[in-house]
Every structure is written in structure tokens, then in C-alpha cells.
Design a protein around this ligand. Sequence first.
Ligand SMILES: Cc1cc2nc3c(=O)[nH]c(=O)nc-3n(C[C@H](O)[C@H](O)[C@H](O)COP(=O)(O)OP(=O)(O)OC[C@H]3O[C@@H](n4cnc5c(N)ncnc54)[C@H](O)[C@@H]3O)c2cc1C
Length: 315
Amino acid sequence: MQIVKQKGGDIRYNTPGVQLIRPGNGRVTGVIGRTAAGDYIQFNARKGVILSTGGYDNNPEMMEKYLRPSDLRIERFSSFSKICTGDGHNMGLANGADMDEPPHCLIVCNGVLKNKSVSPLIFETVSLRVDKNGRRYVNEDLDYCRQANANAIQPGHFNWSIFDSSVDSVAKQLGRTAKEETILVANSIEELAKKMEVAPEVFTATVTRYNELAKNKKDVDFGVDGRKMKFLGKPPYYAAQVRNFALVSVSGLKINEKMQVLDKEGRPIPGLYASGNTSGGFFGDTYPRNVAGISCGRAITFGRIAGKTAAAEKA
Ligand SMILES: Cc1cc2nc3c(=O)[nH]c(=O)nc-3n(C[C@H](O)[C@H](O)[C@H](O)COP(=O)(O)OP(=O)(O)OC[C@H]3O[C@@H](n4cnc5c(N)ncnc54)[C@H](O)[C@@H]3O)c2cc1C
């Protein structure tokens, strides 16, 4: 911001871009914005327009149109922002841009409780997870997006995350939350099974097997690093009902290596660029959460490339 201002740039808040200007299907020469007062204002672009309006994770119609049905099995539909409604995608599409083919990629996370509060403690702690019938179904050490994929295809689309009281910080937090009825607590595995409404013999067998693997520090069933498995033996026991929630969509308009937006024939639309979550071609069907910072990293790096390319255009 400082650099933009130093160089005479003008930052307008509360003035969303609503329409591109592309006379005669030629070059994109500007964008029309809407002011807070509801007036429209035209910005002429000597060099180009860069669409960087984020994803469309606050646009339910687009979510339904472009995402896998299983991605929509989420407790909370939108991210925290409420501002990314796919405006850049739609401005591009209205001007002949091409878009990533569905299904698109969503950053989806397994880690929200029944009452919709997010619990990093629960989704970041490797502990036994079972489906609604009390059976283990996933490698609990996978990144949260892949766990969310597995969660989405279980009956009821939730899991019970199981903890005992051997880790103080977990027990303390769960003990507090249990009072809010988002987490079940019991003094035995059988009692916990009853509260979870699963067959006690099934759940007991699952815990027995999990404990056997944890004791041997080798998960031959699902491949969790045995050192991370926690033997469940210290009451009280806790079961948290965990569901998926969506962060941001990360697919979008097709671009080339210069971040120029492409039309349906694969040709750059003159004067039009896209970056970050408005742009596409980067992620496949699942966000690779195990590559740290790849979403912010892409937005910053490719945004810079878009800026440099546009700045180098002849005015
Ligand atoms: C809770 C959460 C945690 C995350 N954690 C990580 C993480 O650990 N690592 C990581 O790499 N990524 C993470 N992400 C994802 C990452 O934040 C985003 O992918 C990244 O910010 C995308 O950058 P962007 O510039 O494309 O879009 P955004 O950062 O979403 O910015 C888009 C901007 O466009 C503005 N805008 C929208 N519509 C218009 C319009 N019509 N006109 C003008 N402006 C408009 C919005 O106000 C917004 O300021 C997380 C996301 C969330 C929600």
C-alpha cells in the first residue's frame, strides 16, 4: 500500500468492480466500479485490468455449479470473509473468458463442531476418528483437506473424534466444551458408545484394535505414524462430533504463464489479467494442505507476475 501511494496510486475502498469495459470485443480498457453511495465510476486502464477478487466461496449458486457434490456436505457454507462472491470470475466470463472445467477445487476442512465453532485443537490433534457407526475409516494424520474428503463420503458426513484424558490441554479444553453439549463425555468406552448412539460392541472393538496398534506403534490398518497414535486408556473419555467447513474456492479463469486471461480458444484477452483465487489452472481436485502456504504463496507470486506483465505493456 505504501509503495502504491508513494508512486501516486489511488486505492478505493468500498468500490467493487462490477463490469469490464471491452469495446468491440477488443482490448479491455477499464472497469466500472460502484461507489458506497450507489453511483457508478469508470476507471480507464492504459495498460490492463487485473482481476484479483478472490474466490466465489460466498456465492452459493457458483458453489453448487462448480464444486463436487461431496464438497457441499459442509456444516458451514461460507468462509469468514463474506465478500468473495466470484465477481472477478463473472466479469471475465461476461467478456469471453474461459474457466477451469468443473469440478473445481475448494479448500475444505474437517474441524467444525455441531454448534459451528471451529476447534483447531480437535482437528489438529491426531486421535482416533470413527464414523457414525463406530468404525475407523481414515488415516487421522492426513492433512485436513483429505480428511474432509473422507469425512464427506461417510454416512451422515461427520465423524466422532475420540480423546481420553491423558493429554492435559486436550482434556481441559474438552472438559470445558463438554458443558456446552458439543462434546460427549463418559467414564468408560461402553458408556461413551451409548451416548454416541453406536453399537457398544462395534465401538469397543474399534478402540481395542486402535489401542493394540498404538501400543505397537505401527498402524498397519491406515498408515498413521505409530509415534503419533495415542493409547486411549485414561477416563474420562470424550467424543466430539466433527463436520466439514469450507474456507475458499481456488479454481477460476484460465490464464497463461503471464497471467493473461484466456478465451475459449486459448487466446489471451488483450489487457485482461487474473491472479490468486480468481485465476485457475493451478489446483486439481483437492487442495494440497501439506504444501504449507501454497494458496497465499500463489496469490502473492502470481499477482506480482500479473502486475509486472501489465506494467510492461505499451500504454
Ligand atoms: C480461515 C482461512 C485460513 C487460511 N489459511 C491459509 C494458510 O494457512 N495458508 C495459505 O496459503 N492460505 C490460507 N488460506 C487461503 C488464503 O487466505 C487465500 O487463498 C488467499 O488469501 C487468496 O488470495 P486472493 O488475493 O486471491 O483473494 P483474497 O485474499 O480473498 O482477496 C480478495 C479481495 O478482493 C476483494 N473483492 C471481492 N470482490 C471484489 C470486487 N467486485 N471488486 C473489488 N474487490 C473485490 C475482497 O474484498 C478481497 O479483499 C486461508 C483462508 C481462510 C479463509
